[in-house]
Design a protein around this ligand. Structure first.
Ligand SMILES: *Cc1c(COP(=O)(O)O)cnc(C)c1O
Ligand code: SF4
Length: 309
């Protein structure tokens, strides 16, 4: 995966908390490294671009392209290549599969970044909206923190019009991938306001990253500020077990301690679920916080007092 940043990120990249996410440096593997697929996405790709791993949910990769390349990307094996770009025929196959599988009620557009290829996403969405059995739609994106100004471009404004129209019919979630409070610039916060006017619910996703956000204070500021700006923190992930990304992985015990302290300090709605997307298995499993004893007969309360249950 080659280095790729937006103009906006280049200006911010002297900030280590942002630069380290994108710049090729000691974190990165050498060229030619083969990255793995621990989430078994390739084996659950039932039609090109459609991953059907959980019974009622399906994830669509719109393309493998993003505005900027994150060094820790779970899909680093694919990002930046043209192989994943959906054609109109691919979209029709996906739509037919969804119609033939009415147990799928929740569809996630991902990639690559669906907002980076707004014309493809628009075609897809205009067909998805008419499938009766699809009750909920989501778009996962990092573009708001990679290039907030892009949301003023004509193709994205057009897509947002469609999103607003669909969102007034079906619950619609935009999941913003964000790692550090330094990414919440005035431009980004102002974009959240615009997005909230599209009838969508804004959620966030964050990955624990060594040397970037593996402390209580930045994550506390991140989730609190998101909450104050109308974004509900959804998931906080342990970094996926992709071969070659080991330098980004934070030890689980340290993460449990941080997640427990965050839970103590944040409003309930502002506190994301801490999960591990297990490799070679199924599920984003919730990681127990450091409250309960092993046999669940006693617990520490948030003040640290031992109580019996
Ligand atoms: C994460 C994921 C989903 C959605 O999971 P939720 O826990 O409902 O957010 C769906 N399909 C795939 C392949 C996923 O990785
Ligand atoms: S924006 Fe998302 S999909 Fe694209 S490189 Fe970053 S983490 Fe991967």
């Amino acid at each position: 995966m080659r280095e790729k940043l937006t103009k906006y990120l280049k200006e911010l990249s002297t900030n280590q908390n942002i630069g380290r996410q994108y710049l090729v440096e000691e974190y990165s593997m050498q060229d030619g490294h083969v990255y793995t697929d621990p989430l078994m996405e390739d084996s659950h790709e039932v039609v090109k671009g459609l991953i059907h791993k959980y019974k009622n949910r399906a994830l669509i990769k719109v393309s493998y392209h993003c505005a900027a390349h994150c060094r820790f990307c779970t899909r680093i094996r694919q990002i930046g290549t043209d192989d994943g770009t959906l054609t109109d025929a691919d979209i029709d196959s996906i739509i037919n599969y969804l119609i033939a599988h009415p147990e799928i009620d929740d569809v996630i557009l991902s990639g690559g970044d669906p907002f980076y290829t707004p014309h493809i996403t628009e075609v897809l969405l205009s067909k998805l909206k008419d499938i009766e059995s699809v009750k909920v739609l989501r778009i996962g994106t990092r573009l708001p923190v990679q290039s907030p100004v892009s949301f003023a471009s004509k193709p994205i404004l057009r897509l947002l019009e469609l999103v607003k129209q669909v969102a007034s019919e079906k619950p619609f979630f935009i999941l913003i991938h964000i790692e550090h409070p330094d990414e919440l610039t005035p431009e980004v916060l102002s974009l959240f306001k615009t997005l909230r006017q599209q009838h969508v619910t804004l959620l966030s996703q964050t990955v624990f990253l060594k040397g970037i956000n593996d402390h209580v204070e930045p994550l506390f500021q991140l989730f609190r500020t998101l909450y104050h700006n109308g974004v509900v923190p959804y998931y906080l992930y342990h970094c996926d077990k992709v071969a070659g990304l080991e330098n980004f992985v934070v030890p689980l015990e340290a993460e449990i301690e941080i997640a427990t302290e965050l839970h103590r300090r944040l409003s309930g709605i502002a506190c994301p679920a801490f999960v591990i997307d297990v490799h070679n298995g199924y599920g984003k499993l919730p990681v127990p916080l450091a409250y309960f004893t092993a046999d669940s007969t006693t617990a520490k309360d948030i003040e640290g007092n031992i109580i019996t249950l």
